[in-house]
Structures are given as C-alpha cells and as structure tokens.
Design a binder for this molecule. Structure first.
Ligand code: ADP
Ligand code: GN1
Ligand code: MG
Length: 371
C-alpha cells in the first residue's frame, strides 16, 4: 500500500491529536510493517504514534490477537498505576478508532493498529554493554512476574505450537521432504546438524506436558529490540511487541533472549567466526532475569535455563532453515540466502553452547546462590 493511501485512508481512522506532519517506515521487525506517524499540536508540541499493519499470513486471526493485547495491556496498566508507576510509559497503549475498538480493517482487507509512541526511549538492535542486557532481562522477568496472576486460559493461542519444538521439527522435516525450491541438497550439513539433536527437542514440551514445568503467561519473542529503554537512565521500561503473548514456559522467554542477546554477533552475520555465546552476557541476562522474576521461578525452571537457551536457539535456526527451504515466505528477507545466514548463526551458537555447557550450568548456580 502506498504511503499516500496510508496517510489518507488509514491514519484518519484513529483518534489522534493534532495535524498530521509526517509518516515513514520504522524499526527492523521481520513480521509486521511498522510506521512512525508524527502530528503537531496547536501548541507546537509533537505527538507521535506507531502504526502497524498486522501480518495476517502469520497472525491468522487479528481479532484474537487484538483481544489478547487489549486485555494484557489494560491489566499491566492497572498494576503500574497501583504501584505508583507511569502506566503510559511502562505499557503499550492502543489508540482507539473513531468508530470504536482498536483494530482497523481497511478497504483492501489489511488490518491496522496504532500505539502511542513512547517518547524519550531508545530501542537497541545490538547489545552495546552487559548492563543493557541485564536491564532488558530485568524488564522481561518483571513482565512475567506481573502477569503471574493474569488468567492465562483467557488468552487466545494466536500461533498454535509457537515454541513447541517437536512440532517445529515436524514442519522442518516436511519442508525437507517437499524441497519446493530444490535447496535441500545445498544445506545437507545443516539438516544433519538438526537431526543429530532430535533427542533434545522435547526437553521442554515433555516437562510442560507432565506438569514438572508450570505453564505461564509468556512473551515468546524476547529479542532485545522488543524492549524500550529510558533514554536518560538506560533502564528497560517497556516491553513491546506483544503479538505473541500466550501461555508458555518461562524457558521460552529466557532462551529466546539468550540466543539473540548473548550472541557476540548479529543474527544474520555471514562471518561465523564472529559468532559465539558470550558467557559474560549469559550471566548478565541470567542475573537480570532472576532479579526481575523475583523468586517466582521454580527450582526446575532455574535448573533448565541452559536447556532453554540451547533449545530456543536450535528451534529458531530450524525455523529460519525451514523458511529457506520453503522459499522465504515467512521471515522478511533483505538479501538472497538471508534466512540461511540466519540459520547458520543459530547453529554456530548451539555448538558453542554445547561446548560451554558446564560453565553455563555453573553460572546459573552461582547467580541463584548469590540472589
Ligand atoms: P515487529 O513485530 O515487526 O518486530 P515491533 O512491535 O517490535 O514490530 O515494532 C518495531 C519497532 O518499532 C520496535 O523495535 C521499536 O523500535 C519501535 N516501536 C514499537 N512500538 C513502539 C512504541 N510504542 N513507542 C516507540 N517505539 C516503538
Ligand atoms: C520474528 O517480528 P520479530 O522480528 O520481533 C519472529 C520471532 C523470531 C524472530 C527472529 C511472530 O520476530 O519468533 O524469533 O523473528 N516472530 C514471529 O528474529 O514469528
Ligand atoms: Mg519486534
């Protein structure tokens, strides 16, 4: 959709303040389309908003997704207000439509939503220092703690089996069998890498099924760039990108954050020599996460944190490779073989974690004891 159309037909549907000045693409997400929309008030003050077109290939039911976000954000806003916080800074706020509700379906069948832009914050694409990761970990842990008494059963499972690794493995095997782009032969080594680890894949799902791991409300996409940091204090103040909030395991949130944040290189780095799992960053995240969860994790969850890191990294690599095999239809790519490069960084990380396993286990023990 052209920017002019978005400006004329989408933006006016929302209850914004002031006169529209500018609209442009924003952020680096792989799934939705994000725009920053700037308005000017009579007083000269600026009002900004985040406008997003929801990817309905990925999120098949945007109504359910919106219901989840409305319920979770209003729950968090109330908690923030009760504890003397700043609800509009600590929680995402959906902007209502002129016609009521918060989800817009345009004339072409696209779905849109708008959030208040949280000002004076920064969003980090890469870890610049361990404190950043600590701070993001605290925010994600705190998010989990705040949602501990949210009625999890009321949430829609917007993407069924999102972090159910054995089910991702089935999808992967099907993609290898079908090999619609004729790419399987080229990635035989990566396919073997995954298959050699088949026995590990049910480590979390089996414990959720037998009740030895509790089902919690989890974020499920705990990349560093899904936290907004206060521009002055550097503290992680708001957890964003709530599309995948669903019932799940705390290990999903911990593991996904480690695979992204404790890597010494970018998710799509081509030079695999740049990629390893930094134990310093692993420790910083573990410390921040346990602090943020504030005693709410069980012994078993803490014990399995290294497994969470390894499995979520392997799963993500498997998802990138599956998408590569299927012709890059899920994750947005910016170059040929982008998904393959992404998959390779994840497998390099998994191998490195396996080599550092004993140290990761010791770090978790040390952090727990010092807590
Ligand atoms: P995606 O699902 O595509 O990752 P996100 O919801 O994470 O989309 O948004 C993309 C980027 O937009 C974020 O990484 C962040 O930089 C920015 N962003 C999103 N929501 C807000 C907000 N309410 N205030 C300020 N920036 C935001
Ligand atoms: C996607 O939209 P974004 O970039 O925050 C994906 C995550 C992956 C991530 C990998 C809904 O997240 O699961 O871990 O890319 N989100 C969805 O970078 O599939
Ligand atoms: Mg995001």
């Amino acid at each position: 959709m052209e920017m002019e159309e978005i400006r004329a037909q989408v933006v006016p549907a929302f209850q914004t303040e002031g006169v529209l000045e500018e609209i442009g693409p924003h952020g680096n997400g792989h799934i939705n389309e994000t725009y920053k929309v700037c308005f000017r008030l009579d007083t000269g003050e600026r009002r900004r908003y985040i406008l997003q077109r929801i990817n309905t290939d990925v999120f098949k039911n945007p109504w359910f997704l919106t219901e989840n976000i409305e319920n979770v954000t209003s729950f968090l806003r109330k908690k923030s207000a009760r504890s003397g916080g700043d609800p509009l800074r600590e929680t995402l706020s959906l902007v209502p439509l002129q016609s009521g509700g918060t989800l817009l379906e345009d004339a072409y069948g696209n779905y849109w939503r708008m959030y208040l832009f949280i000002e004076d914050t920064i969003c980090l694409e890469n870890v610049e220092k361990p404190e950043d990761l600590y701070s993001s970990a605290f925010a994600f842990g705190n998010f989990q703690r705040l949602l501990a008494d949210f009625p999890a059963a009321s949430l829609h499972e917007v993407i069924p089996n999102f972090h159910h690794t054995p089910s991702r493995y089935e999808d992967f095997n099907q993609a290898v069998r079908e090999d619609v782009c004729g790419r399987a032969e080229r990635v035989a080594e990566e396919i073997r890498f995954i298959r050699e680890r088949e026995a590990d894949l049910s480590a979390i799902s089996a414990c959720l099924a037998d009740g030895s791991l509790p089902l919690r409300v989890t974020h499920n996409d705990t990349k560093l760039n899904n936290i907004l940091f206060d521009a002055v204090t550097g503290k992680g103040i708001c957890v964003i990108d709530l599309d995948t909030v669903m019932p799940g395991s705390a290990l999903y949130d911990f593991g996904d954050a480690i695979r992204f944040g404790a890597s010494t290189g970018a998710e799509d780095e081509k030079d695999l020599d740049q990629i390893s799992c930094s134990l310093e960053l692993f420790e910083a995240y573990t410390r921040g996460y346990l602090k943020g969860c504030d005693g709410s994790l069980t012994e078993q969850e803490i014990h399995m944190l290294p497994m969470g890191a390894k499995l979520m990294t392997l799963e993500c690599g498997m998802r990138f490779l599956t998408d590569y095999l299927q012709g890059d239809t899920y994750f947005r790519i910016h170059r040929e073989e982008h998904n393959l490069d992404r998959a390779r960084t994840q497998f390099k990380l998994v191998r490195d974690m396996e080599e550092k396993w004993e140290e990761m286990v010791k770090i978790v023990e040390r952090v727990r004891e010092s807590d």
